[in-house]
Design a protein around this ligand. Structure first.
Ligand SMILES: NC(=O)c1ccc[n+]([C@@H]2O[C@H](COP(=O)([O-])OP(=O)(O)OC[C@H]3O[C@@H](n4cnc5c(N)ncnc54)[C@H](O)[C@@H]3O)[C@@H](O)[C@H]2O)c1
Length: 337
């Protein structure tokens, strides 16, 4: 297995996690890090053996030797940074959401194709223990025909989460809570139930002083015929309450729950009891004042190493990543009508 050399741009909450994971994996190597905030960069460089650091992304791209650029900047920069990297022949691993518009995501996919490089999107929740268990059970037909799905993202983001950020809560830069908090859940539903072909929604800004929605409810129809709903908010009192997906099938009902899809809250499946030897080990990404979804970035990187070595890894590629952007755009386009 050839070692994969990665450089990271955006050393904020999640960029730091990428650094730690890449540093810990024997099959990956950190080539460089980049952030416009020199202090952040210096701190991480000091922590990781003086890793080369840059405050200018283009300069980093032009000077370093790396196989993959990991893009961990705010959403609105994902497209332009991906294009700059793939045009220089780099493969890209971009954080979710891959872009804020379907056209932008398509442009990124086309540019990667044109340059003969790979475009991966981070979707670490696919590796959550309960999610894998349920995906396998459904693929093996254990639940029979699936009728409905209900998804709840009932989370807390405090005032500072928005007020201390120069991009969160901003329409052009963040897009909205669907992109930030809900896109993982939408990706999982598409992965399990197929493409979203219809969406209607009501969205609102109930609590926070921001110009995107902090709450909403959408009804969805998937191309498999499954109908479903997603209810999301960042207004829950005090702390995250629930991140769940409940599935209603002809031969069974399952609720993947916990705060971030880390538990099985309910399992009643004909002739298929919940295996009793499962170790539920998923931990959340912890950002100090709030918790995000699962921290399975180590699994994403392991699969990326396989993909880069042509060993059919399970990293999500741009062609799949765009599907959740299509669904989110459809939900926003059909909001409050
Ligand atoms: N997969 C996940 O579960 C997960 C979790 C958290 C964040 N994310 C994604 O990661 C991205 C970043 O989120 P975050 O919470 O780490 O944000 P953040 O604000 O904590 O960090 C972003 C960093 O990018 C830097 N930056 C901004 N513009 C730059 C530029 N032009 N060049 C270089 N650096 C620049 C900022 O200085 C900051 O350090 C978002 O798209 C988010 O959706 C994904």
């Amino acid at each position: 297995m050839n070692k994969v050399r990665l450089a990271i741009v955006g050393i904020g909450n999640i960029g730091k996690r990428h650094i730690a994971v890449i540093d810990a994996d024997p099959n990956t190597e950190l080539s460089a890090i980049c952030d416009i905030d020199k202090e952040k960069c210096q701190k991480q460089s000091d922590l990781y053996n003086g890793i080369p650091m840059y405050t200018n992304f283009i300069k980093m791209l032009d000077e370093i030797d790396a196989d993959v650029i990991s893009i961990c900047t705010p959403h609105f920069l994902h497209k332009s940074m991906t294009l700059e990297a793939v045009d220089r022949g780099y493969n890209v691993l971009v954080e979710k959401p891959m872009a804020l518009k379907v056209d932008d995501a398509q442009e990124m996919i086309s540019a990667a194709h044109k340059n003969g490089v790979k475009l991966f999107v981070v979707k670490q929740n696919r590796f959550n223990v309960p999610v894998k268990l349920v995906k396998e059970a459904i693929d093996e037909g254990k639940l029979g025909k699936i009728y409905m799905v209900q998804c709840n993202v009932l989370w807390n983001r405090n005032t500072e989460y928005y007020s201390l950020s120069d991009w969160r809560g901003n329409k052009e830069k963040e897009g909205g809570a669907l992109f930030t908090q809900v896109s993982h859940f939408i990706d999982l539903m598409i992965w399990i139930f197929g493409d979203v072909i219809e969406a209607k929604s009501n969205i609102d800004t109930l609590k926070h002083d921001i110009n995107v929605e902090d709450s909403g409810v959408a009804t969805l129809k998937f191309d498999s015929g499954v109908i479903g709903s997603v209810l999301w908010t960042t207004c829950v009192y005090n702390k995250n309450h629930e991140g769940s997906i409940t599935i209603i099938g002809d031969k069974g009902t399952i609720k993947i729950g916990g705060q971030y899809l880390n538990k099985i809250d309910f399992w009643d499946v004909e002739s298929y009891p919940l295996p009793n030897n499962i170790n539920f080990v998923d931990l959340p990404n912890n950002y100090g004042k709030y918790q995000g979804t699962s921290s399975n970035h180590d699994k994403v990187i392991k699969e990326l190493v396989k993909d880069m070595n042509n060993q059919s890894g399970k990293t999500v590629q741009g062609e799949e990543g765009i599907k959740s952007i299509e669904a989110i755009q459809m939900i926003y386009d059909n909001a409050n009508n």
